[in-house]
Design a protein around this ligand. Structure first.
Ligand code: SF4
Ligand code: SF4
Ligand code: SF4
Length: 272
């Protein structure tokens, strides 16, 4: 299972670096880095690449939110900031299970209304690909998502600082809350992933309740009491499977234990 964690980091680093090079150097969309960038969900939607959108829909239904830890540069940057969090005092850097929050649907609704109404500034600030574009705009301001709306170079730089603070503050204070509670693409992926065929599951026969998986889960979706994983919020970072000393928490085809759906229903009634 540790190999999954290593594979995830190699792929995520590749996509992060190539996407960054593509944006900072202003390469052609037909260059290798440009083609890699088009695998991202938002650029493919803008280019109406139905094939790529269908690809991610199928991958999410089968394997869950692989996009959010293996491909999305904002997810990878968040996890890099989380490495810094490990140097904080122990009681601050351990994660705990968090209930679901309805605010994610409110943000998604606001985002969709703005897209339909043509209010471009909101998507330019909250879409993950645009957050990354704004960030790389600190090195090449004219390419920032906000600057390309005609808001000017200085506003583009401010948007870059905003994106940097958004990623850093969310990661340091709450782990992956940007991905579980704020990102509209993440909320859409949650809906597709809620009944994924492959899941992260805890084997109660092997688990010694050492709490390591819950403490390293940046999405706050592991609850060792009850051996529960909220799979819709799981971003497939593989931190838990890579660190469990008993190999009790695994990424595997859904074994559909009777206890799991009951607990899942209780979570629904609690948080939405
Ligand atoms: S939830 Fe959004 S920002 Fe987070 S990794 Fe997924 S697509 Fe990227
Ligand atoms: S890390 Fe493994 S053994 Fe420890 S609580 Fe999690 S699943 Fe159980
Ligand atoms: S359950 Fe495991 S794989 Fe999923 S987000 Fe938490 S630590 Fe990452």
């Amino acid at each position: 299972m540790k190999k999954l964690l290593t594979a995830r980091w190699i792929l995520a680093a590749l996509f992060l670096v190539l996407s960054g090079i593509y944006l900072v150097m202003g390469l052609s969309p037909k260059s290798f880095a440009g083609l890699i960038a088009r695998v991202q969900i938002m650029p493919s939607m803008v280019a109406t690449s139905i094939g790529i959108i269908l690809f991610w829909l199928i991958i999410t239904i089968v394997y869950g939110r692989m996009y959010c830890s293996w491909i999305c540069p904002v997810g990878t940057l968040t996890d890099l900031v989380l490495r810094i969090r490990r140097f904080m005092p122990t009681r601050f850097h351990r994660f705990r299970y968090r209930p679901r929050r309805k605010v994610r649907f409110h943000i998604l609704a606001l985002y969709l209304v703005c897209v339909v109404a043509g209010i471009a500034i909101v998507p330019a600030l909250v879409e993950p690909w645009n957050i990354f574009r704004n960030l790389t705009g600190l090195a090449r301001p004219e390419a920032s998502a906000v600057a390309t709306l005609g808001a000017g170079i200085a506003t583009g730089i401010l948007a870059g600082i905003f994106s940097l603070l958004l990623i850093t503050v969310c990661a340091l204070l709450t782990g992956r809350s940007l991905c579980t509670d704020l990102c509209p693409v993440g909320t859409l992926l949650q809906l597709a992933a809620s009944n994924a065929l492959w899941r992260v599951e805890i084997d109660p026969d092997r688990c010694t309740a050492c709490m390591k998986c819950e403490e390293v889960c940046p999405a706050g979706c592991v609850k060792v009491v009850g051996r529960y994983v909220d799979d819709s919020r799981c971003v497939r970072c593989m931190e838990c499977v890579g660190r469990c000393p008993e190999e009790a928490i695994r990424f595997q085809p859904n074994r559909n234990r009777p206890a799991t759906p009951l607990l899942r229903r209780r979570e629904h009634t609690r948080g939405g």
